[in-house]
Ligand binder design. Sequence first.
Ligand code: GLU
Length: 322
Amino acid sequence: MTATPSSFIPINSAGGAGRYAPSPTGDLHLGNLRTAVIAWSLAHLSGRDFKLRVENLDRVRAGSADGQLADLAALGLAWDQPVVYQDSRIAVYEDAIEQLSQQGLVYECYCSRKDIREATSAPHILPGTYPGTCRNLTDEERATRRVVLSEQGRSPSLRLRSEVSEFTVQDQFAGAFTGPVDDVVIRRGDGVIAYNLAVVIDDAFQGIDQVCRGDDLLSSSPRQAYLASLLGLPPVTYAHVPLVLNPAGERLAKRDGAVSMRDLAGLGWGADQVLAWIASSLGVEGAEGATGLTLPEVARQISWETVNNGPVIFDPPQLAHA
Ligand code: GLU
């Protein structure tokens, strides 16, 4: 679906918010920063607030969250306080699991990754979806598997007993997008709350009704929207944006060269230059090599057709030590 600038920006009459929700696993790279700029712009152009959330339930790198926030601020992004840190909200997620449990919508799963890999190689199973191995076990079977697992020093994960096989979400770029919904993990075997659960609870908690992020997460959005509906949370509008790729057409990564603001600064790129590259990649006329651009200026001039056109390539300068 091609969106035109005038029809693209939805009128926000309800006072919602957009957001950016990085995982603090290292420095943000140019692709992440570009998505953040788009998310900020989309929120502001549609009259929304803008919120930030640090998704630190899983592996984190010390100091990374502060570094990410500093990089976003250096590009001119501002956000409403407070920043939500997911590790402070475990009790809320556990309450939601309890709520789903009481509706009979949660079951224990004893499968290892290998079990799932083997089971999903069957031709009738959609790749990447859980085949339902532990969904209909008897109490006796569960008791046996729990013992086997605990002998291996492991604990069961918790899965959602999904009552649908697909769900449709509205995406500003993809239009109506229907994707598979399986029995998604809501708490991992190691006790970590699953991203798919936390994300919908926190979006609702922060008043977010516009979820802009990389389009690698488009396929997760039907699962998330379904989970939100089960928890009685309001639906959101999605805007999944194409990623920045390396010259080989792969997702940009640290190993590709200077991709973060820190790396680029070491090669003489200031925040100004980073914003200019992002602006140019968003179809802002005359942005290439420009100095002194401001984020509100960039936001107003984004070509949404360009954004929607597909991934952009960044050929990172090589780091001196690489
Ligand atoms: N924390 C996720 C990431 O950094 C993004 C999740 C989201 O935007 O929903 O990849």
